[in-house]
Write a protein that binds this ligand. Structure first.
Ligand SMILES: *Cc1c(COP(=O)(O)O)cnc(C)c1O
Length: 361
């Protein structure tokens, strides 16, 4: 069964098979050195060259403009929930947060520890066509926010904001589950951050892309390893980085370039998502409760007509080689995560399984 498994886990998530095969083939002998990349000094010129190339490939993929630091950090996505306010806001600042789902909520509660006031500009609402994010004209923005934070892709809720918001404050985005999913205009952002384990590489690792002119005035208690400016000065090696995660992420960036970059990924990702949404919408047995304008292309929650069938669905799916479909424990139901590494074929196999299950049920 091991070869034919499709892994729909929300994170840590599946990684491209060819990348995993390359990592496996050179695990004990990296770069013809006779040792593993895990056993290498991060100061060694061979390692530094690999690390720099990984950063360059990420910059190329996202077309990162001049004037931005690209940082490789630790502590995953949540580490950035405190790093952001401590790096770019003061203890008396007001900061604006859009509350579009579970991850936004976590980010808000963490930020409250570090700033004068967290102003929640808006939340979600029910519409005739399902759950949606409050429209921009209903947001209550502050006059002098140090920054505006949002999560463009809510991994648990499957809700996405597809347009970059039009606000005056520097925009900070938690892109943990949608970074590199499609082309992005980085110049619109002050900070983009992402935990790595959805669309990049191993967990515990994080990427931050930070506009340089926001830096230089961190809160005094900011821990050095979370200090964007210090990490930038030291090429993200102020402390020993997660060397293996950096290496593996570098292989993923190279793979993405070989696939044709983010334009190509975006096309495939939209195709994968719309294939699954159309099937769900056309079925009486499955449903998705998000308004079509706000549906995630990465994380697709769906419910069965009768939740008493959930356990059986999951057991039979697993039997059929379809893993990781259980919805988040807060929301129940199912969730299919269709990150970059998931081929269109996996979505087709999932739909065939769903169809067969619905017919039998
Ligand atoms: C997974 C996730 C996180 C948390 O990442 P950790 O690495 O577990 O800290 C934060 N934000 C979003 C949107 C996520 O999907």
């Amino acid at each position: 069964m091991s070869n034919s498994v499709f892994n729909f886990s929300a994170g840590p998530a599946m990684l491209p098979k060819v990348v995993m095969e390359q990592a496996q083939s050179e695990l004990l002998n990296w770069n013809n050195t006779g040792v593993s990349v895990m056993e290498f000094s991060h100061r060694d010129p061979a390692y530094v060259a690999m690390a720099k190339q990984a950063e360059q490939n990420l910059r190329d993929l996202l077309n990162v403009p001049d004037g931005y630091e690209v940082l490789f950090l630790q502590g995953g996505g949540r580490g950035q929930f405190s790093a952001v306010p401590q790096n770019i806001a003061s203890k008396t600042s007001t900061v604006d947060y859009l509350d579009s789902g579970i991850w936004s909520g976590y980010a808000i509660r963490e930020a409250q520890k570090y700033v004068g006031a967290v102003n929640v500009v808006a939340g979600n609402q029910e519409t005739g066509q399902g759950k949606a994010i409050a429209p921009r004209d209903q947001w209550k923005l502050s006059d002098n926010a140090a920054y505006f934070h949002y999560c463009p892709n809510e991994t648990v809720d499957g809700i996405a904001l597809h347009d970059i918001p039009d606000v005056d404050a520097p925009i900070v985005a938690d892109m943990s589950s949608n970074i590199l999913a499609e082309p992005l205009d980085v110049s619109r952002f002050g900070v983009i951050y992402a935990g790595a384990q959805k669309n990049i590489g191993p967990s515990g690792f994080a990427i931050a892309i930070v506009k340089k002119d926001l830096l230089g005035n961190p809160q005094p208690e900011l821990s050095s390893i979370m200090d964007y400016q210090l990490q930038a000065k030291d090429n993200s090696m102020y402390n020993t980085p997660n060397t293996f995660a950096w290496y593996l992420s570098g292989l993923v960036f190279k793979w993405l370039k070989e696939q044709g970059g983010l334009a190509a990924m975006g096309q495939t990702n939209h195709q994968k998502a719309s294939t699954l949404y159309s099937y769900i919408d056309g079925s009486d047995f499955y449903r998705n409760q998000v308004n079509p304008d706000y549906r995630s292309i990465m994380n697709i929650p769906f419910q069965l007509a009768d939740e008493r069938l959930d356990e059986r669905f999951l057991a039979e799916a697993k039997e059929a080689g379809l893993m990781g479909l259980k919805g988040h424990r807060f929301v129940g139901g199912m969730r299919a995560s269709l990150y970059n590494a998931m081929p269109l074929e996996g979505v087709k196999v999932l739909i065939d399984f769903m169809d067969e299950f619905a017919r039998k049920a």
